[in-house]
Design a protein around this ligand. Structure first.
Ligand code: ATP
Ligand code: NCN
Length: 216
């Protein structure tokens, strides 16, 4: 049983091994991290600055509900993330596997119930904004937490003209005011251009540089 789970009250005392201070602005970077790479680190460092966050938590997913093939075992991905990250404000968590949630809308509901005094911000790369309207209860997610989107090579235009960007255009915070995102009430989202880093898990897998206990 993970030590950080307080089963008596059903309340998590900490996320990614760290207690979350009252009022903290916490960015959540959900992902397959199959494997984690420098692009995830880069996105996280930029998000801390651009959105004025206190912490970024990597939520290592049991598996993306839209991806047909399962990722490598969670323990391998968690270990690789721990080996890669050496930053006091970037935490790694298997919260979704522990809470039994797989859809982001459920994960956010579960987190908000456990951490009532924390201000969560959902973080993602531009590829996910382009597809966001396919996610379970995607409007509900946007109505629940502010969303920070970070540019990704080749995907700026698809993201900015996506159904989500069009439907929620009135809730967009301009990039010049991105530091307000963490304090904003939902619905609010912000797209920031960051120096591009052309690295992806699929490219690393294709190069055979990710050896795990994956069953395939
Ligand atoms: N190089 C990058 N620049 C910006 N965002 C990124 C980058 N790599 C990953 N992300 C974002 O990080 C989150 C988690 O990504 P994920 O773990 O799926 O990695 P990935 O490299 O996109 O994987 P894959 O190539 O298998 O799709 C997503 O929101 C994704 O958009
Ligand atoms: O909730 C959904 O319907 C949903 C659909 C697709 C992706 N997600 C989440 O988006 C995050 C990024 O996934 P990935 O595989 O692109 O790294 C990860 O936390 C997934 O659980 C969530």
């Amino acid at each position: 049983m993970p030590p950080e789970l307080d089963h008596g009250s059903g309340v998590d005392r900490c996320l990614g091994g760290q207690a979350l201070p009252k009022g903290a602005r916490v960015g959540l970077l959900g992902g397959s991290f199959d494997p984690p790479h420098e692009g995830h680190l880069h996105l996280s460092r930029e998000a801390l600055k651009r959105f004025d966050l206190d912490l970024v938590v990597w939520l290592i997913s049991p598996g993306n509900p839209l991806k047909p093939n399962p990722p490598a075992p969670l323990t391998d991905r968690m270990a690789a993330a721990r080996a890669l990250v050496d930053h006091p404000r970037i935490l790694i968590s298997d919260f979704e596997s522990r809470s039994g949630t797989r859809y982001t809308a459920q994960t956010l509901a579960s987190l908000q119930q456990r951490y009532r005094d924390v201000r969560f911000v959902w973080l993602m790369g531009a590829d996910n904004l382009a597809q966001f309207h396919l996610w379970e209860n995607w409007r509900g997610i946007l109505e629940t937490v502010p969303v920070g989107v970070l540019a990704r090579p080749g995907l700026r235009i698809a993201a900015r003209s996506s159904p989500t960007a069009r439907m929620f255009r009135g809730a967009r915070i301009p990039a010049g005011a991105s530091r307000l995102l963490g304090r904003a009430d939902a619905p609010a989202w912000c797209f920031v251009n960051i120096p591009m880093m052309d690295v992806s898990s699929s490219a690393i897998r294709a190069m055979g540089r990710w050896a795990t206990g994956r069953k395939s």
